[in-house]
Design a protein around this ligand. Sequence first.
Ligand code: UDP
Length: 253
Amino acid sequence: MARRKKIYEGKAKILYEGPEPGTLVQYFKDDATAFNAEKHDVIEGKGVLNNRLSEFFMSGLNAIGVPTHFIKRLNMREQLVRQVEIIPLEVVVRNTAAGSMSKRLGIDEGTPLPRPIVEFYFKDDALGDPLVTEEHIIAFGWASQQDLDDMVALALRVNDFLSGVMMAVGIKLVDFKIEIGRIWDGDFMRLVVADEISPDSCRLWDIKTGQHLDKDVFRRDLGSLTDAYTEVAKRLGVLPTNVTHATKPTLIN
Ligand code: UDP
């Protein structure tokens, strides 16, 4: 079989040409990076877990009518997705103060916010993904006012869905990041959730213990990242079968 054409390689994923025009294959790597890739490690099994978790969240969103690029999971590490034109912004939604917001504004981590706050960051590694305002976005042509309104609405729907799903398994959705892409249908354009939704891009705290079950485990050296992601996958019932012990252990004579 001819080697697939690589379209793009990022820090945690690779995109290959898909089997049909307008599709891509998204491959989840085991690489973990933080602080603009200053910290890097390979964490065995992370890609498999994120592939499953992103499938779970994206297919749930599709099912309730929130459009995403996700079509189907192909295997342990790959999923088939619609090709989109990525808007060069990271859209962050926060329910509780943490991370860069706590640092920037001096608000203690864990402080509940009076309403979900949507922020935009310009996707540019060389600049360290700076926070930008709607004024910057419109002035520099990254998105129109209509796109911005649609992006905020989309991000808040994702927030409601994810918060509910996580709350049901005893986890608080503190904040998360999504990327949004454009899909063209002739002259008609619509915005869809793209990239991935996984513990790499969310802050997830156990409701009872406050334990971190997300990439902060890696960023802040809080223990095993695989254990944390496995816990999330287990609670959601999406653990790949080969790493669960569905049957009782049997003695081998
Ligand atoms: N986030 C992300 N990719 C980034 C930056 C942030 O997925 O490049 C996620 C992060 O995991 C968290 C949320 O967006 O869930 C808000 O991150 P924050 O701005 O607090 O930045 P951080 O403290 O992670 O640097």
